[in-house]
Each structure stands twice: as C-alpha cells, then as structure tokens.
Ligand binder design. Structure first.
Ligand code: F6R
Length: 608
C-alpha cells in the first residue's frame, strides 16, 4: 500500500526522502513523488513507475530544501499517472499533501470545492484534502488540518506542509498507520518505521484521531481538538540490515531461509528453562481463560490460513469449538459472539483494515481479544486486550512466508499453554509436544538444504497453466497456503482443496495439463491421500508429492517427490509448507517475475 515519509531538519531533504521511499518499496506502489520547500516555494517531482524512475527525474529536476514529503502511491482512485501521483497541491500551490487511506466522501467534498472555484486536476480522493485544507487556512496550518479532517470520512494518514509555514510538518492519522521519528536537530514522519530506520530508532506511534506537529527541534502530539497528549517514545529493536537482502537475490528467499532462526527465537521466548510455556506481557487472566467456551479466529490471507491450522490445534488440544473467519466477512455477517468467547486476531502487520474491523465488531460484544502479531505498536496490538508477538523480524517480501510459520508456532504454544491451564492434555503429552516443536528448526533447515531439488522440479513445471494443491486434515490449510503463494507471485491459477473434496468437483479439472501438488506426509490420512494420488494419475494429472523421508510406496508410481523429515502429523504444517514456498518462489523467479513486488499486491492492506 501507499507509503509516506516526511523530513524536517538542516540536511538536504531529497536524498533522505528518496532513501525512505526506497525502503518503502516493498509495500507495493505504482507511482512516486516528492515535494520540498525552498526559498518560500513548494517544488514537486512526481512520476509513474519505480523509485529508480523518480531518482532519474530528480537528476533533471533538482529539488532543494531542508523540509519535504515523499510518497509511494498504490492506485485506488484513478490510474497510476503523474497527475494522480502524490504529493498533491492546492490551487495556490502553497499547500501540499501526501495521504494514505481512502477519503470516502471525496465526491461530495470535490463537488463543494468545485463550487467554491477549486480547479481539481487529478482523479484521486487525496487532492480534495489539499484544497480543503487550503480553504480552511487562516495562517495556522495545524488548525486548517484539524478543520479538514473533521470533514473527511474514511481513513487517512496525512502529511501536510505549507510554504507559508516552512518550518513545520503537520501529520494526522485515522485508521492508517503513522509514526514520528525523533532525531537530533531533525525529525521525521513515516507510514512505516522501515522508511526512517537509516536515521533514527526512536519513534512515537500516532493513534487514531491524533495529530503531530513537528519542527526540526520539536514534536508536539495533539488530539483532534488541539489538546496536547503525552506519548511514549519507543525504541525500534531491529536494525537497518534486517531490512536488507543479506546476499539473497530476493527478500522472499531470505525470509524463507530465516524460518528456522525465527522459530528458534519463538521457542526461546515461549519456553522457560523449566520447560513451561510463558508469554511476555500476557495479561489475560487465568480465571477467564479457564472459562472460555469457544474461540473465534479473525484474519486475512496467509494469516487466515495460519488461523485454519489454529482451529485444528485448539479443537484437538482444548476440545472447544473454534471458528475461523476472514476479517472482511466477520465484519459484515452479524456473527454470534457468546459471552465466554476468546477472539484471536492474527496479523503480520497489525494494520490490515479488515482484520481491525473484525476486531472492532467483536469488541462491540465486550469479548476479550488476543492478537498474534509481528509488528510492535501496530494498530491491532493497541486495540487488543493482550498481544503475543511472533518475533519474526521485519517481513519485507509481499508474499508472506516466515510470518506464517511464526504464527503457527505461536498458536501451538498458545494451545499448549491453554491446555495446561485447563487440564485438557496430560503433562507428558505437553512435554512431548514441546520436545517435538524444539526439533522443528533443525528439520526445516534440512528441507532448505534441499532447495536445488525443488528448483529442478519448479523448472519442469513452470509451463503448466494451472495447479491444484491437495491436503487433508491439518495440512488442508497448507494446500490453501501453497496455492496462494504460487498464484500471488507467479500469476498461475492455483487452487487449494481438501483432498476429500476432489470427487465433489475439482476432479473435473484433472488432465495432462494440470499439475497437482499432493501433501502426502506420513499420517493417519496418508492412505486417503494415496487414493487421491491414484485418481489423479488415472486422469494423467502431473503430481508433485510432499512425502516423509523413507516413504518407498510413493516412489513406485511417482517421479516428483519432495521429502521432508519425519514429524508427528499434528506439527507437520511447520514443515510441509517450506517446499511449497520454495516451489512458488522458484517458479516465479524462473518465469522472470519480480517476486518481492508482485503486480497489484501490497504488503499491508490498510484499506478495505
Ligand atoms: C499473502 C499475504 C497476504 C497477507 C494478508 C494479511 O502472502 O501476504 O495474504 O497475509 O494481507 O496481512 P496481515 O498478516 O498483515 O494482516
């Protein structure tokens, strides 16, 4: 989604803004722009395409100044074009705005502004904000922004500058993330800390309906009535190199290979020396957790698939009903939420608009919300009653990989923790489960060492026009996730199915042009998967199987098998997904696609 950076200080603003936008590239965008104030005037440079294009433009059109805003746009209203790219200006050319989010009432505002004589140039919703602020401007930028946001319906993270007040940036937020970065003799605003990590690690997160007025030497945090609010300063724990590729060709490859390290980190955070499970700052009281009668999981995309694995975990460990909903469905379907429900919201970014809306819907019923989230201080974590962080480090690639296994690992520990509290599993089972989970990172490493064999399979199958992924039981979500990974980065139609559903429809698709990925690890449903494999072979489907090392049976009739180390069925999703992530990655790379920035997708979906 769109990205914002703002700088005010004594240095040349353009290189800082350009670097910030470069760091935000991973979020997905189609155009970019910068505005600075120099000698009392605003100057902009905007282009369609990549930051590299913007940098070339900036060589021809040199922008000076020590204060400015930068933006990467992911088109919502209006095609990607120079005129639609941010920053936008008012008619006088004195006020400039960058915006993330959606102004829902922009048509009404636009008509009104036109009647007042405004000339609106772009098709965007954002431009109206520049004109609105301008109409309300009476010599105090922050008052004008405050007045404007009162009239705006929808979501926004706004950065605003005016050539009449060159020493300040005004920022405002509602339902779209924004942080202030603190420097010495300089300050920043950004939609994502990645933008400013090169310059500072000290940040203040804006909450909904808060504003910031920053100068080079001061930061004022305000509510929408202009009252001062006291805010904590947070220190970002990760480093700039965590958002670099470190020798990998793509962030996706780096993040796939980071999974053993991430899971080891989760194990050391969640398991004490005495082998008990604990969560840092977990504040849901035991008496409530013992009373919970059902669990509702809310998430989107890959996190939703982790939630589906969570359903298997919770129902088998706790024997209580667990439902899993897309945030986008939960928010509108008038869900039944009983008194003793626990809502678990899962999100890598903590900023997904639909997941947040689902949580808000749930909170209307006064239930408690626990979030499983990767991003410290994100909106979801602030709106939840308690949080378990996934410790996966920054995930830059649009296609989520390490966050997925981190979410699942966290769900295992949560399930075991609750089972211990509620006496639904024996101590020996829990100890055995912890021992098995501790072995997962080493087993993942073994699969990753076999990457070249997976690449060879990818090479043989990249020309298939469609893929079907089949899994059963706790690996049915793995099939869904494998298919999602392939379609989002290689653009090959791919469907995930519960293998038992084959005969109820998808078998009609099978012929020699269809690649069928079968998750057939050793488990009590293995024989059932073998039947699906036979049915596929009988119809000439081309099978790629994921099987357990030592399995000789499949060798008799299958050529393409990716082996994984032996693991109990209930923990196998932490292994079976790794070859599917690699398969999708290699197919996309071999097809020549930009895997880290797939078309039409954005890393953090902050609009509905
Ligand atoms: C898929 C992917 C998306 C996200 C989804 C939810 O690879 O990245 O499907 O999983 O947009 O995002 P978060 O987890 O940030 O809420």
């Amino acid at each position: 989604m769109c990205g914002i950076i703002g700088y005010i200080g004594s240095k040349d603003a353009v290189p800082i803004l350009a670097q910030g936008l470069k760091n935000l590239e991973y979020r997905g965008y189609d155009s970019a722009g910068i505005v600075t104030i120099y000698k009392g005037k605003l100057a902009t440079a905007k282009c369609k395409g990549r930051i590299a294009d913007l940098k070339s433009l900036l060589k021809k059109k040199v922008l000076r100044g020590n204060v400015g805003l930068g933006h990467t746009r992911w088109a919502t209203h209006g095609v990607p074009s120079v005129v639609n790219a941010h920053p936008h200006l008012d008619c006088s050319g004195k006020i400039s705005v960058v915006h993330n989010g959606i102004i829902e009432n922009f048509q009404d505002l636009k008509e009104n502004l036109k009647k007042q004589g405004c000339k609106i140039k772009s098709q965007t919703d954002t431009e109206v904000a520049a004109h609105l602020i301008s109409k309300l401007y009476k010599g105090n930028l922050e008052a004008a922004v405050r007045g404007a946001v009162k009239k705006i319906k929808g979501s926004f993270a706004l950065g605003v500058i005016s050539s009449d007040e060159p020493g300040k940036i005004v920022a405002a937020r509602r339902d779209s993330p924004l942080v202030v970065g603190l420097g010495s003799g300089e300050n920043f605003i950004a939609s994502d800390v990645a933008a400013i990590l090169n310059y500072t690690k000290q940040v203040i997160y804006l909450e909904d309906n808060q504003m910031a007025v920053i100068t080079k030497d001061s930061v004022n945090m305000l509510d929408m009535r202009g009252n001062k609010v006291n805010k904590d300063i947070n220190t970002i724990s990760y480093r700039q190199e965590d958002v670099q590729k470190r020798g990998f060709s793509h962030f996706m490859a780096k993040e796939i290979h980071e999974q053993p390290q991430v899971l080891s980190r989760i194990i050391s955070c969640c398991v004490s020396r005495q082998n008990t499970i604990r969560f840092k700052d977990f504040n849901l009281d035991s008496s409530f957790l013992k009373k919970v009668e059902n669990i509702i999981i809310i998430a989107c995309g890959t996190a939703y698939h982790a939630g589906l694995v969570g359903k298997y975990i919770m129902e088998s460990f706790l024997r209580i009903p667990t439902s899993v909903d897309y945030g986008s469905e939960f928010r509108y379907r008038k869900p039944v939420i009983r008194k003793n429900s626990l809502v678990i919201a899962i999100s890598q970014s903590g900023e997904t608009a639909d997941t947040l809306a689902g949580v808000r819907e749930a909170k209307k019923s006064k239930v408690r919300v626990l979030s499983i989230c990767n991003v410290l201080g994100s909106s979801l974590t602030r709106e939840s009653d308690s949080v378990i962080y996934t410790h996966a480090g920054p995930e830059i690639s649009v296609a989520s990989t390490k966050a997925y296994t981190a979410q699942i690992m966290t769900l295992y520990f949560l399930g075991l923790y609750l089972a211990n509290l509620r006496n639904s599993l024996s101590k020996s089972y829990i100890n055995g489960a912890i021992a098995s989970l501790k072995k997962v990172p080493t087993k993942q490493r073994e699969i990753l060492q076999n990457s070249s064999a997976i690449k060879a399979i990818a090479k043989k199958h990249l020309h298939f026009g469609a893929f079907l992924y089949l899994g059963r039981n706790i690996n049915f979500p793995t099939a869904l996730e494998g298919a999602l990974k392939l379609k989002e980065i290689s653009y090959i139609p791919a469907e995930g199915y519960a293998a038992g559903e084959m005969k109820h429809g998808p078998i009609a698709l099978i012929d020699e042009y269809r690649a069928v990925v079968c998750i057939a690890n050793n488990s009590f449903v293995f024989d059932k998967m073998v039947s699906n494999i036979q049915e596929t072979l009988a119809r000439k489907g081309k099978i790629i199987a994921i099987a357990t090392q030592g399995n000789k049976q499949l060798r008799e009739y299958l050529k393409e098998i990716i082996f994984i180390p032996p693991i109990e069925e209930e923990f196998s999703p932490l292994l079976t997904i790794i070859p599917l992530q690699l398969l999708a990655y290699y197919i996309a790379v071999l097809k020549g696609y930009d895997v880290d920035k797939p078309r039409n997708l954005a890393k953090s979906v902050t609009v509905e």
